[in-house]
Design a protein around this ligand. Structure first.
Ligand code: SIN
Length: 277
């Protein structure tokens, strides 16, 4: 793809590219917006360096790509219900994103994308890994592709948001339904590229509809092991003020918590998506 207003430098042949030549805190021209969107579609996750951005500017950038998503249960910073705080320090018992996942896939309409801006980092460590679900799907054998083609799986949030993170009561988005669950196809078709992508993840997906528990567990484990294949991945080394923007429909990610007890702090805005098909 030819880019005229930004520079796009892939960091792996499969997934991930660094973007240079743009300040995303400022209004973007139509062509620059289109090129950033094209780069995201081409590389599934894109990275920007040295971005000075307030929470309002971060939200404005996110809104160029769609309505902002409100997390069903996580605490929100005062005045910014669309912002998710990503924080770890010496008191942390768990941190967000330690298993491979697509953000909030427990929603009936899971997010299209997420934009994470990192403000404070440990001296070393704290990378984020990304995995291409196109590459993972493409590498499956034809008999497995045939088997999962018409299967659906449940994505549940209560085990993650209540039992692991202890999100309780006060800030629930959906009233009584603070811990959503949804049935999604195991293989989704990306609404822009038309490509097929695996859409189960070890964070939220609990069982395949219609199978016995032992059958479902075995197939999900096989798919999770497959998704963990390094050849489908890239790994991003953050600097302060770096931004990562990923497509939750075609990529999964997981954070690497190798820096305890150091501090790592940033903010994420998440963009609403569609029901997977
Ligand atoms: C997330 O899952 O959004 C957090 C990723 C990270 O902190 O590296």
């Amino acid at each position: 793809m030819a880019y005229e207003t930004i520079e796009v430098n892939p960091i792996s042949p499969v997934i991930g590219a660094e973007i240079a030549g743009v300040d995303i805190s400022k209004p973007l021209g139509n062509q620059t917006f289109r090129e950033i969107h094209d780069a995201l579609m081409e590389h599934q996750v894109i990275f920007f360096r040295d971005q000075e951005m307030t929470l309002d500017e971060h939200k404005t950038f996110g809104r160029m790509f769609g309505e902002l998503h409100i997390h069903p249960s996580a605490p929100k910073p005062e005045g910014h219900p669309e912002v998710l705080v990503i924080h770890a320090d010496e008191n942390s018992k768990v941190v967000a994103g330690m298993k491979w996942h697509s953000d909030v896939s427990c929603d009936v309409e899971p997010p299209m994308g997420s934009i994470l801006h990192m403000h404070e980092l440990p001296p070393v460590g704290g990378d984020t890994m990304f995995a291409s679900m196109y590459a993972a799907y493409d590498a499956l054998s034809e008999p497995i592709k045939d088997f999962i083609a018409d299967k659906q799986a449940w994505h549940e949030s209560i085990g993650v948001h209540l039992h692991r993170f202890g999100h309780k009561g006060a800030s629930l988005r959906d009233g009584d339904n603070g811990y959503p669950e949804a049935l999604h196809p195991i293989v989704r078709t990306h609404p822009v590229s038309g490509r097929k992508a695996l859409f189960v993840n070890e964070n939220f997906t609990t069982r395949i509809e219609g199978l016995k528990k032992n059958e479902s567990d075995a197939i999900l484990k096989m798919l999770y092991d497959h998704i963990a294949t390094p050849e489908f991945h890239c790994r991003f080394r953050w600097q302060e003020k770096s931004v990562a923007f990923w497509d939750n429909r075609s990529a999964q990610h997981r954070t690497v918590w190798d820096y305890y007890p150091q501090v790592r702090h940033g903010y994420r805005v998440t963009i609403c998506g569609d029901k997977p098909f």
